[in-house]
Design a protein around this ligand. Structure first.
Ligand code: BES
Ligand code: MN
Ligand code: ZN
Length: 508
């Protein structure tokens, strides 16, 4: 992982491979962003003209490399576009900085050390640039012949060191922002690693073992229910889904407690380590990326560990509902009825609607502790991808005010989300002649139908929100901003922020 520090060094004397500066889109061409004054001065105040000559406009995502001016120890200047120049007296917003830092950090793969001279007006901006650097520098090379070795022949090793200029290394708020960015980004990148791991190396037991060792490292309580314990406890949903696989399911409970906590949050993650669809097998073309179907569990895992590392004054319980959905002679069939942990019976009409079955058991288990709120995260439905595209998560809830809070929190941390309804009329589509409910309803509004199903397994009176991250969890297109190809770590930052709000008594 990239090492991140705050530095007060002056740009010219810096021993680094590159200096990153910001360039914004002004009314009359590119404008050099604050933070790059020393660089501009060394170009005799003509840096904007130089950038203009090179074709830089300051557009978001744009990257321009130029040789350093005379007298600079670092040989390279990297100018990253920030988009439109803010209004007078306003500063660049956090997400703009996060994305720009990410673009630059990714472009600097293969170099050892870079200094970021981006406009950091306050501690929030320091945190945003820090996150952008650490998240943008991420790469997944575990399975490349030479790994992350700096001489890797299959790819360039990620940027090793980054120092942020313009921040204040002695200022408590700046230091805290950097520490927060480091903890959150490192755990988020760990979630990405888990998502990117091939399903032959990450089955439910292996995921559970990783959670156990992280729990030990960070002083969390961990409890793992294996297939025997799940059978004894009556977890029919998780056992039903996991029954077709040679790799048995697990339910992992991770508890972080703080003696000063006044609130208790429960996070529940869908952890299908591979979703083949089961007997209702997915056709070719729909299963190549289904190792990502544990992204919700990865997000919950990362968020709980990050919460512990930050020492937040809130109790957080993470529930990872882990199973592999495979077809076999022991697999659940369309037509089977499962008796769920809550006691309700479910007629399985489509074994590919498996996420809601494992979540139902985990939601009921989470409810038993009567937390102040439950948030579940799941790559739940293709319908949500059709509705919102592949960068936006859907937010559903049994409480409109909480749905608004979760949506606004997600937006605030740079995770696009959109509030979705739970229309009552869609419930009857799941009526079953045999069981209490079927695991499938109308095709229209499939994401909302899934949300309505989950709602039935939330304990009476408990505030609950559901994040459908089927779109943003896995990026099949090219990298953008600080988002790499593959596992994105979607929802981690929303969950951590919710934990912070709860610790600060701002979540009710
Ligand atoms: N894991 C999938 C949803 C998914 C789709 C995630 C695309 C990421 C990208 C889920 O288990 C699933 O198969 N859902 C079905 C439900 C249907 C059978 C009711 C779907 O959306 O088609
Ligand atoms: Mn499925
Ligand atoms: Zn699935």
């Amino acid at each position: 992982m990239t090492a991140l520090t705050l530095s007060t060094a002056a740009a010219p004397g810096l021993r680094a491979d590159a200096i990153v500066i910001g360039v914004a889109k002004g009314a009359k061409g590119p404008v050099v962003a604050p933070g790059a004054e020393a660089v501009d001065k060394a170009y005799d105040g003509r840096l904007a003209d130089v950038l203009d000559t090179l074709g830089a406009a300051g557009a978001e995502g744009e990257l321009t490399k130029l040789p350093s001016p005379a007298g600079f120890k670092a040989p390279l200047v990297v100018a990253v576009g920030l988009g439109a120049e803010p209004e007078k007296d306003a500063s660049f917003d956090a997400e703009t900085l996060r994305r720009a830092a990410g673009v630059a950090a990714r472009a600097l793969a293969g170099t050892k050390k870079a200094a970021f001279a981006l406009p950091v007006a306050d501690a929030d901006a320091v945190g945003a640039v820090g996150e952008g650097v650490l998240l943008g520098a991420y790469s997944f090379d575990t399975y490349k012949e030479n790994g992350k070795d700096s001489k890797a022949k299959n790819g360039r090793a990620p940027l090793a060191e980054a120092s942020l200029l313009g921040g204040k290394p002695r200022d408590a708020a700046h230091k805290a922002a950097l520490a927060r960015a480091t903890a959150v980004s490192e755990e988020l990148n760990r979630a990405r690693d888990l998502i990117n791991m091939p399903p032959n190396d990450l089955d439910p037991a292996q995921f559970a073992a990783i959670a156990q060792s992280a729990a030990k490292e960070h002083g969390l309580k961990v409890q793992v229910l294996d297939e025997k314990a799940l059978a004894k406890g009556g977890y029919g949903g998780i056992l039903g889904v996991g029954g077709g696989s040679a790799a048995a399911p697990r339910l992992v409970k991770l508890s972080y407690t703080n003696p000063k906590a006044k609130k208790h949050l429960a996070f529940v993650g869908k952890g299908i380590t591979y979703d083949s669809g089961g007997i209702s097998l997915k056709p070719a073309g729909h299963n190549e990326t289904m190792k990502c179907d544990m992204s919700g569990a990865a997000a919950v895992f990362a968020a709980v560990v990050a919460t512990a590392r930050l020492g937040l004054e809130v109790n957080v319980t993470g529930w990872l509902a882990l199973a592999e959905n495979m077809p076999s002679g022991s697999a659940v069939r369309p037509g089977d009825v499962l008796r769920m942990y809550s006691g309700k019976t479910v007629e399985v009409l489509n074994t590919d609607a498996e996420g809601r079955l494992v979540l139902a058991d985990a939601l009921w288990a989470a409810s038993a502790e009567k937390p102040d709120a439950i948030v579940d995260v799941a790559t739940l439905t293709g319908a949500m991808v059709l509705a919102l595209g592949n960068r936006t998560m859907g937010v559903m809830a049994n409480d409109d005010a909480f749905r608004t809070t979760v949506h606004e929190t997600a937006e605030q941390v740079g995770e696009p989300s959109w509030p979705m309804p739970l229309p009552e009329h869609l419930r009857k589509g799941m009526d079953s002649p045999t069981a209490d409910i079927a695991n499938m309803g109308e095709r229209a509004g499939g994401g909302l139908v899934a949300g309505l199903f989950l709602r039935e397994f939330v304990g009476e009176g408990i505030t609950w929100a559901h994040l459908d991250i089927a779109g943003p969890a896995f990026n099949e297109q090219g990298p953008f901003g600080y988002t790499p190809k593959g596992g994105t770590g979607s929802a981690v930052r929303t969950l951590v922020r919710l934990a912070e709000l709860s610790a600060d008594g701002e979540l009710d």
